[in-house]
Design a protein around this ligand. Structure first.
Ligand code: SF4
Length: 347
C-alpha cells in the first residue's frame, strides 16, 4: 500500500499537479487550499463544496495530517508551549506568546540542530532531520486551532522562526512554507509579520532577503570573532567578518533595519567594554539590537546576568545611538524561553 500524500505538504502548484494527475481540473486546488489553510479542516469528507466523487478519490490517495500534540504547558504569563510528535516519531516544540493585542508564535524548522551553540538546549540534541513544509506550517494550524477552541480574543498575528533548528539550513522547505503563508487563499500572513532568525548561514541569507518574504534577525551573541567562535561553532567556518560583509549587501526596505539578537551570558559577553565593541561592529550596518538575558537551563554552563549588568550594557548601546531593546523572555517557568526548547522525549 502506498503512503497517502499529506495535503499540507504540497505547494499550491503541487496540489494543482496532483489533481491534474487524478484527471481533475486544476482550479479545484483553490477550493481545497481554502479548506486546508483558512478553515483548518482535517477531514477530506467534510470539504462540502468539493464534488463527492473527488472527495472519495482524494481520500483514497491523500490525508490531512497535522503534528500530534503530545504535551501542552501553560506558563503563568500566558505563554503556551506545545510538544508535537511528527509522523516518524520525531518531536519538536512550538511556543505561543501573548502580546498586548495579539499572539506571536515561535516556530521550529528542524528536529534538533547541527550548529551546537553552547548556550542552546536544542543544540545539545544534535541534528535529527529537517521538517517538511507541512510540519513547519502544521505548527501554526495546531496553535491557531488551540486559540479557536478557547475563543481567544487575541489572534495569532506574528510568526518568528526562532524555535528549534537553523531555518536557513532547511531552505527549500522553509521557502515553500513561506510561500504558502503568503498565499491569499492560504494563511495569508503579511511579510511584515514574519521574522526569521539565523545564526549566519551566508549562502542562503541574501537569497532569503531577495524574496522579500520576511524580516531577518541575526543571532549574534558576541562582539568579536574569537568569542563568537568559542560560543557558536558556526563562526569557525563562517567568520564574523564574512557574515558582516554579507549583511552589508542585505536588501532592506526603506526605514527597515537588521535585528541583531544578543543573549547576555553572565561574565562571558556582557561587559561594558564588550558593549562598546558591539557598537563598533555594527557601525557599518543599519542595525537594532534585541538584548535577551540568559535563562539558566540545566546542563548549560552559563549564568543569568544581574539586572544591573544588563542595564549597564544596554546603556552603553543607547548612549552610542544604537537602538537596543531588552526582550522580556516569556515562558521561562515552562522552559519555553529563548534557547530552552528541547525535545525531552515523546516515546
Ligand atoms: Fe541551533 Fe539556534 Fe540553538 Fe544555535 S541557537 S544550536 S542555531 S537552534
Amino acid at each position: 500500500m502506498t503512503t497517502p500524500v499529506n495535503l499540507i505538504d504540497l505547494s499550491f502548484h503541487e496540489l494543482e499537479a496532483f489533481l491534474t494527475a487524478m484527471g481533475e481540473a486544476p482550479y479545484r486546488a483553490r477550493q481545497i487550499w481554502q479548506w486546508l489553510w483558512q478553515k483548518g479542516c482535517r477531514d477530506i469528507a467534510a470539504f462540502s463544496d468539493v464534488a463527492k466523487s473527488l472527495r472519495a478519490a482524494l481520500a483514497e490517495r491523500a490525508e490531512v495530517r497535522w503534528p500530534e500534540v503530545v504535551r501542552e504547558q501553560a506558563s503563568r504569563d500566558g505563554t503556551a508551549k506545545f510538544l508535537l510528535r511528527l509522523a516518524d516519531g520525531e518531536a519538536v516544540e512550538t511556543v505561543l506568546i501573548p502580546e498586548k493585542d495579539h499572539y506571536t508564535q515561535c516556530l521550529s524548522t528542524q528536529a534538533g540542530c547541527a550548529l551546537g551553540c553552547t548556550f542552546c538546549a536544542t543544540g545539545r540534541m544534535g541534528f535529527r532531520r529537517n521538517l517538511t513544509p507541512g510540519e513547519i506550517l502544521g505548527q501554526i494550524l495546531v496553535a491557531r486551532q488551540w486559540l479557536w477552541d478557547r475563543q481567544s480574543a487575541l489572534a495569532l498575528r506574528n510568526l518568528v522562526f526562532m524555535g528549534m533548528g537553523e531555518p536557513l539550513l532547511n531552505y527549500d522547505n522553509l521557502l515553500q512554507a513561506l510561500e504558502a503563508l503568503h498565499h491569499p487563499q492560504g494563511l495569508d500572513f503579511s511579510s511584515r509579520r514574519i521574522t526569521l532568525s539565523t545564526a549566519g548561514i551566508v549562502k542562503n541569507l541574501l537569497a532569503f532577503g531577495a524574496t522579500g518574504l520576511g524580516s531577518l534577525a541575526v543571532s549574534l551573541h558576541a562582539p568579536n570573532q574569537e568569542l563568537r567562535a568559542e560560543i557558536m561553532p558556526v563562526a569557525r567556518s563562517t567568520p564574523l567578518s564574512e557574515l558582516m560583509a554579507a549583511l552589508k549587501d542585505y536588501p532592506l526596505k526603506p526605514r527597515e533595519r537588521l535585528t541583531f539578537e544578543y543573549l547576555l551570558l553572565d561574565g562571558v559577553n556582557d561587559s561594558p567594554a564588550q558593549a562598546r565593541e558591539l557598537v563598533r561592529l555594527l557601525s557599518h550596518v543599519k542595525a537594532k539590537v534585541n538584548l535577551i538575558a540568559f535563562n539558566p537551563v540545566p546542563g548549560i554552563p552559563y549564568g543569568a546576568p544581574s539586572p544591573a549588568r544588563v542595564e549597564a550594557f544596554q546603556d552603553v548601546l543607547r548612549q552610542k545611538g544604537l537602538t537596543a531593546t531588552l526582550r522580556k523572555s516569556k515562558g521561562a517557568d515552562i522552559a519555553a524561553a529563548c534557547g530552552q526548547l528541547r525535545n525531552e522525549g515523546v516515546a
